[in-house]
Each structure stands twice: as C-alpha cells, then as structure tokens.
Design a protein. Structure first.
Length: 193
C-alpha cells in the first residue's frame, strides 16, 4: 500500500489526488469504485487509474514526513494548506501546533468513547438475540436451524450497520476537527503556517 502523501512526477507535472478529484466527476467515482478500500485512494495505483497512466509512466514518489513543507512539491503544499486533502488519510500530527493537536486528540478521544459505547450496546443486543436463537435452535434442532440462522444474520447485519455508522461518525468528527483547526494558520505548526 502506498503512503499518504503519494504522487507521480511525469513530464514536469506533479500528479496526485485530492478530495475534489475523487468526489466530483465521473472519473473520481470510477476511481473510488475500482479502489474500494479508502486507504488505496491516496496510492500510486489510484493516481495512475485516475490519470489513465501506464504502469511505467512517470516516477512514483511518496513522503510521510510532514515536519516541513520542504519535503513536498509546491503543488501538494498548496493543496494541503487549502484543505484539499481532507478525509483522504489519517491527519498528520506535524501539521498542527501542540495546543491544536491536543484539542484534536481530546475530540477524537470523546468520539472514540461514544463509538465504543455504541458498539458495546450493539454487541449486547446481538449477543442477546444470538443466545435466544441458540437456545431455540437447541430445542427445536433442525427445524429451528433456519430460523436461528436468519435471526443471527439479521442481528449481525444490524450490529455491523450500527458499528459502521458509529465509526463513520467518529472518522468524520476527527477529520472535520483536524481540518477546521488546520484551516487557521495560527494553529498550524510553525513550518506549515
């Protein structure tokens, strides 16, 4: 898997993907559908797919050291500063000053606690249905197997639905907080102001 941030240098151009590239237009939709794991959206394969590049076209580059903007091409630095990379990867700590990062961490910690609570409740509900279904299955055996399977699958689907929604809420809360903080140059680390 490629790292955030990945780019391809080709014929003097720096090719990379932003949120806008991936979430507006037909090519962005096609890229997301082809690369269904959101972690792959920032990789060289997705960049090549989006720009219709051959495997050997250009030079793959990536950097995870956000301690200074000097580690990235100017086009990527500008995209980061305007928030164009929002929601594409785990927010890099080095982009915020210490107090802003602490605030971000507190928001994420509270969001994670809420996520854990929702998951615990969903699991308890699933376990209750599972236990009741299992008891019924044992009592009726073969006749109850189909009903037990249906109950279990429905309960599991509900558990997954609740858990995914809670995780999405957590990720959205954390990403929005990070980029809202980062949008204020005073809250950025000194090198990113």
């Amino acid at each position: 898997m490629c790292e955030f941030i990945s780019w391809i240098e080709k014929d003097g151009a720096v090719l990379f993907l932003t949120w806008n590239d991936l979430f507006t237009g037909e090519r962005g939709r096609e890229t997301r559908e082809f690369y269904q794991d959101r972690h792959d959206w920032v990789g060289h394969g997705a960049i090549r797919f989006y720009y219709k590049l051959l495997e050997n076209a250009g030079r793959n580059r990536e950097c995870t050291d956000f301690s200074t903007p000097d580690n990235f091409p100017a086009e990527i630095v500008a995209a980061i500063r305007r928030g164009a990379m929002m929601d594409l990867a785990e927010p890099p700590e080095k982009l915020l000053c210490d107090t802003a990062w602490a605030k971000y961490a507190n928001v994420c910690e509270a969001a994670w606690a809420k996520y854990a609570k929702v998951c615990e409740a969903a699991w308890a509900k699933y376990a209750k249905v599972y236990k009741a279904g299992r008891a019924k299955y044992a009592k009726v055996c073969e006749a109850g197997r189909a009903e037990f399977t249906n109950l279990r699958e429905a309960a599991w689907a509900e558990h997954v639905k609740i858990r995914c929604a809670a995780l999405a809420e957590y990720e959205t809360k954390c990403n929005t907080t990070f980029w809202n903080l980062f949008s204020n140059p005073k809250k950025r680390s000194v090198k990113w102001r």
